[in-house]
Ligand binder design. Structure first.
Ligand SMILES: NC(=O)c1ccc[n+]([C@@H]2O[C@H](COP(=O)([O-])OP(=O)(O)OC[C@H]3O[C@@H](n4cnc5c(N)ncnc54)[C@H](OP(=O)(O)O)[C@@H]3O)[C@@H](O)[C@H]2O)c1
Length: 310
């Protein structure tokens, strides 16, 4: 099983505790959650460093996925950069931060429209041939990009936002992944925590909490979206489960090719999330969840939406 996203350990969703974060990674390995998702931009660099430290002596028990694709200036994201020279810079940096000899799955984080995807993926494929990377992935790309990239080098995984409240990949993107044999890695499968029913309204989130920028959490949209989580909670109650577990189980019921990566920085949530793999949802619950009301608010700001490839 693979279900562990680490972005939240880089202060995205409230304060972090490094000792608990490392204990969470160790506990994940113990219970068979062995697929860890990080990125150069998380921190930047520090999240890869944290994972590398946590995996010291345990490397062979883990699958490491990381991502590159941005220009980073003064410790901040300064636009996308899919040029081959950035590919070559990034791979050596990620290997160093992680302290490993190879990365298992390496994604381009966002497409750079100023660089043909063939050039970016061609340079990524060079890193596979050099033994620095095992498999390649893309994040938030559409059908045309997937097909063009896959023609250069097999793409093993598409990582895109997919959950009960964000279903844009259903349809042609998912169908293309299945046609080409590309695995699907839903990120933010808990709706950045919203689907757990435990995320308070915006005013009470910390000043640096990423969700302050997510339009779905704005005061107006948050209250409208509560109806979604109430329905998820109704299904959960029927199974003695939590809403977060139902959100994960629903994704796992969409197909064996779907590998969600819920993010957490604490052992208690990790264990609860792993247990969702055993939750069987009957057809009537899947139907009720499939018919939830549309989500109020788009999933990113206009600026961040512009980097999504369709
Ligand atoms: N490719 C991309 O562009 C992209 C974008 C976003 C995310 N990602 C990846 O996807 C991973 C997961 O997404 P995400 O972290 O954004 O969102 P998520 O998994 O939908 O939600 C994470 C939030 O849910 C909370 N949570 C986790 N398990 C819970 C449980 N059992 N009960 C209650 N609350 C729970 C976490 O709390 P705590 O933090 O307090 O533990 C955190 O606030 C990230 O870590 C990252 O690796 C990729």
């Amino acid at each position: 099983m693979g279900m562990s996203g680490l972005a939240g350990m880089a202060d995205m969703y409230g304060p972090t505790d490094e000792a608990e974060a490392i204990a969470t990674i160790h506990r994940a390995i113990e219970i068979g959650v062995d697929f860890f998702d990080t990125a150069e931009i998380y921190g930047p660099y520090v999240n890869e460093g944290l994972l590398g430290r946590a995996l010291a002596g345990r490397r062979e028990r883990a699958l490491i996925a990381t991502k590159f694709g941005f220009r980073i200036e003064d410790g901040k994201m300064a636009g996308v950069d899919g040029r081959p020279e950035n590919v070559r810079r990034a791979i050596d940096g990620s290997l160093e931060h992680l302290g490993v000899e190879h990365i298992d799955l390496w994604y381009q984080h966002r497409r750079d429209r100023s660089v043909p995807i063939e050039e970016t993926v061609g340079a990524m494929a060079d890193q596979v041939r050099a033994g620095k990377v095992r498999y390649l992935g893309l994040s938030e790309v559409g059908v045309t990009t997937l097909k063009r990239a896959h023609a250069v080098h097999p793409i093993s995984a598409l990582q895109s936002e997919y959950s009960l409240w964000e279903r844009n990949i259903e349809g042609d993107v998912l169908a293309t992944c299945r046609e080409l044999g590309i695995g699907v890695v839903p990120y933010s499968p808990l709706g950045r925590g919203f689907l757990s029913g435990l995320v308070p309204e915006l005013a009470t989130l910390g000043p640096n909490d990423y969700r302050r920028l997510d339009p779905r959490f704005s005061d107006e949209n948050y209250s409208r979206n509560l109806v979604i989580v109430q329905e998820v909670a109704r299904v959960a109650a029927r199974h003695g489960a939590t809403p977060a577990q139902v959100a994960l189980a629903w994704l796992l019921h969409q197909g064996a090719d779907i590998v969600p990566i819920p993010g957490t920085k604490r052992r208690s949530y990790l264990e609860a999330n792993a247990a969702a793999a055993d939750l069987v949802l009957p057809a009537e619950d899947l139907a009720a969840l499939g018919a939830l009301q549309p989500t109020a608010g788009q999933r990113y700001t206009e600026r961040a939406m512009a980097a999504i490839d369709r």
